[in-house]
Design a protein around this ligand. Sequence first.
Ligand code: CMC
Length: 378
Amino acid sequence: MTLCEYKPGLENIPAAQSSISYVEGKQGILEYRGIAIEELASKSNFIETVYLLIWGELPRKEELDAFEHEIRFHRRIKYRIRDMMKCFPETGHPMDALQTSAAALGLFYSRRALDNPQYIREAVVRLLAKIPTMVAAFKLMRKGHDPVQPRDDLGYSANFLYMLNEQEPDPLAAHIFDVCLTLHAEHTINASTFSAMVTASTLTDPYAVIASAVGTLAGPLHGGANEEVLTMLEEIGSVENVRPYLEERLQRKDKIMGFGHRVYKVKDPRAKILQQLAEKLFEQSSGDKYYEIAVELEQAVEEKLGQKGIYANVDFYSGLVYRKLGIPTDLFTPVFAIARVAGWLAHWKEQLAVNRIFRPTQEYMGTHNASYIPIEKR
Ligand code: CMC
């Protein structure tokens, strides 16, 4: 067998054959199951998109109704999980709280009947239903408050914002949040998805699969750039300071957060959609200083770095939108996880269908025939 050349980070090495999503960086194309993200963002909703990603086709009306109904029914979390979460330190990061609580679901529902479609369906429903509840519960419990119970009369996105902010969101806010979830639901094989696939390939339970993906998403090189975009906009402080700030940062060879992408060499299609949503949201509330700074910064970065293929990515506008929706900054990555659970579960299911345990190789760079030196002689 010929060994492939070693590529750090497995860059450009196919790790699977997949039909879940497709990304093309030169024209800025993102498709879920062949359907353009622009079409899904304008015509579908998050739950329908989840169904499409996981089961491979758009549901008929009665299939969608049944799926939504099951998710509504499973939103509550067991009091034992709530009690466990009450013991988490209030200074703990919400991603760590989410990883622990997602893994804890496995204590309650761990029967590993991976060849039973009903078990797969129940796991999908439970994870999609309970993860938003756990994210919202930790936000309140870390301040010593009781969590807000889910409301069965609200849709998926409206219910999450309700549990988080303790008040029903207006329909535009709920709609915009739902589109944000759709945009973040899947993005081919990235670090967290690969982590989910490796864990899935051992045939462990789906709660361990999702917990491992959440842990991987938590790292600053993966989730988290949208938090830094907000910090940067605050540092800039005014529209007049955009260009001097940019010059200074580029001179120091610092990256401009929310710009550039490993795959997209044009503006990220998700950033285009998010910008339109941000515009609507800020129009409704007669403007926002940071949105104006963001628009000016995008223009300035395009002029300076556009010829290098550096344009706004999905994270550039998402933080602004989330803050406006009342989501605290350290919950941005957990919100990303709420959406990406869809993609992780789709890859889990795809992996199970053709499973072979991941077992890559290595190039050994160490020595051979080394002698053992007794401790007193070292
Ligand atoms: N600001 C300034 N210069 C940049 C930026 C940026 N944001 N991104 C890339 N460059 C420059 C970089 O300095 C380098 O220039 P040169 O060739 O002169 O040395 C060139 O572009 C190539 O950069 P790279 O880091 O090799 O490109 P990459 O494909 O490895 O990096 C990236 C992609 C996303 C890590 C990088 O663009 C970056 O760090 N961006 C800022 C952080 C950010 O917004 N991350 C969110 C990414 S989107 C998340 C998702 O899709 O899930």
